[in-house]
Design a protein around this ligand. Structure first.
Ligand code: ATP
Ligand code: MN
Length: 479
């Protein structure tokens, strides 16, 4: 018999018909005359209840069925009275595809901590929480492509291995085929990169932006959606060494156009999740509420679905860095030195505690901060007339802090060149980037959305390690 997926089976109403389902046992419980198996195949968060009537043959097979086992069940669809769903399956034949020894299988039908499940990343897809996150993550990937496709953007694959070390966004991972036990040296005693694979040093990319700009200056609107790598040794709940970034880049867009696109995209993704992932969101919402049960009312976060709607319904606050510094200087936690990093004045880099204060306490909605001091931003951002600030924009979200970083790009050759010189970036590694400002340069803008931070926001998960299947963080490369 052809397999019916659980998601479809749960929607059927042709009771009395026989179907086949396959999946993994979540729970088994029994009474004297009948046993109930909750079967899940990942097509939905909901389980199909399999009803097994006791008879000598079924008894034998039931003894071998435990949480985690894989089954193929032929059965008759029937209306359910007892279970959460409207449909259940009265088993006719049960085949065990793969047993799971209850003395060894680590996932028991009880709540496991997220920390425990990180150590069992090979099996954690089989929990409600992680299968819900995986389905939402898929929906968000699809929605990203849909959003840009509907607006005439072209997806560009930018390189993962890069020869430029000037992307300016943190520490890079080096890529080499040299024998590290026996590194070839030049006469001056330096590493002889001529003998390395590319004949020069190579790294994993920290951003596809610079190459993305080259494409935008011909195709007008492009986006990348690829892996990026940062060897920053920060063990936070918002940083990974390997993460996915969405980077649109648009010719003829100024900073206002850029902000409009960022806000539209974030809202589109949230709307898509509400329209397509409601079962999973409801589960995650309940999970969060259970987790926060013991917190004081004022410390509890807004209910997940309410929070998503709230972001949809309110325009983001748009504020300059200078205004934000004023607000922070006057804020209670700054005056009482309750911030870990007290803001001393204009020019300070904002930490996530400051970003979250602005969003959660002051404006009470997402905030786009613009016009940062040049000194704390990358070389490629467009310089303002004031000679001090650049046309940067960071989008700040509740619980997350920075979710997007972007800017209008410097399109004036001389200004870009002097900035590169001033920062000591080797010109010979940037000649191709500079040439785009020599030939047909136009105003253009773009930004980067950290995909996992977006998934954190949509799922309400507190730790970024739980929204990517196999997180890469310092000292952690197991799976
Ligand atoms: P942060 O200050 O939070 O470390 P950043 O300023 O270094 O971030 P950008 O270089 O602006 O980040 O990168 C664009 C986006 O990529 C960020 O807004 C964020 O959403 C995401 N991002 C940056 N670094 C990481 C990381 N290590 N892990 C996951 N996402 C990240
Ligand atoms: Mn940033």
């Amino acid at each position: 018999m052809k397999r019916t997926e659980v998601k479809e089976a749960l929607q059927r109403t042709d009771f009395g018909n026989e179907i086949n389902v396959k999946g993994w046992v979540r729970t088994k419980r029994g009474s004297k005359n009948v046993a109930f198996i909750a079967l899940n195949d990942g097509s939905t968060i909901n389980n199909l209840q399999i009803v097994v009537e006791m008879n000598p043959e079924n008894d034998k097979i039931l003894d071998r069925i435990h949480t985690g086992a894989a089954l193929s069940v032929d059965g008759t669809l029937q209306e359910s009275v007892g279970s959460k769903q409207n449909v259940e399956l009265l088993a006719n034949t049960i085949e065990i595809l793969g047993e799971a020894d209850p003395n060894e299988y680590p996932l028991q039908p009880k709540k496991h901590s997220l920390e425990f499940l990180r150590e069992k990343a090979h099996l954690r897809f089989r929990t409600n929480t992680f299968s819900a996150i995986a389905r939402i993550r898929h929906a968000m990937i699809f929605a990203v492509h849909k959003f840009f496709n509907e607006r005439g953007f072209y997806n560009i694959h930018t390189p993962i291995i890069t020869g430029s070390d000037a992307e300016g966004a943190g520490e890079m991972f080096q890529v080499t085929t040299l024998d590290l036990e026996n590194v070839p040296k030049t006469e001056e005693g330096k590493v002889d990169y001529k003998q390395d694979f590319f004949g020069k040093p190579a790294n994993l990319t920290v951003s596809g932006q610079l190459e993305g700009e080259l494409a935008a200056l011909a195709l007008s609107k492009i986006y990348t959606f690829g892996p990026t790598f940062r060897a920053e040794n920060s063990n936070t709940s918002r940083h990974l060494a390997e993460f996915w970034m969405i980077e649109p880049e648009m010719a003829f867009y100024d900073l206002d156009d850029n902000m409009d696109l960022a806000e539209e995209m974030l809202k589109y993704l949230i709307q898509y999740a509400l329209d397509n992932c409601m079962d999973d969101l409801k589960f995650l919402s309940k999970r969060l509420q259970d987790e926060e049960k013991n917190k004081k009312a004022e410390e509890r976060s807004m209910e997940l679905i309410e929070k998503l709607r709230f972001v949809l319904e309110n325009p983001f606050a748009r504020v300059t860095y200078t205004e934000a510094i004023d607000i922070l200087m006057r804020s209670k936690p700054n005056k009482k030195k309750r911030f870990q990093y007290v803001i001393e004045g204009w020019g300070a880099d904002l930490q996530s505690e400051h970003e979250r204060y602005l969003v959660e306490k002051h404006f009470k909605r997402p905030v786009i901060l613009t016009d940062y001091p040049a000194g704390i931003k990358a070389f490629y951002m467009k310089q303002n007339e004031d000679g001090k600030t650049v046309r940067a924009m960071d989008v700040l979200f509740p619980q997350i802090g920075e979710i997007i970083g972007g800017s209008q790009r410097e399109d004036n050759y001389d200004k870009l060149y002097s900035r590169i010189k001033a920062l000591g970036i080797p010109e010979e590694s940037m000649w191709w980037y500079l040439e785009t400002r020599k030939f047909g340069s136009v105003p253009h803008s773009g930004f980067g959305l950290g995909f996992e931070r977006m998934i954190q926001f949509v799922t309400g998960m507190g730790n970024i390690r739980d929204v990517i299947p196999f997180p890469r963080t310092p000292q952690n490369l197991e799976f």
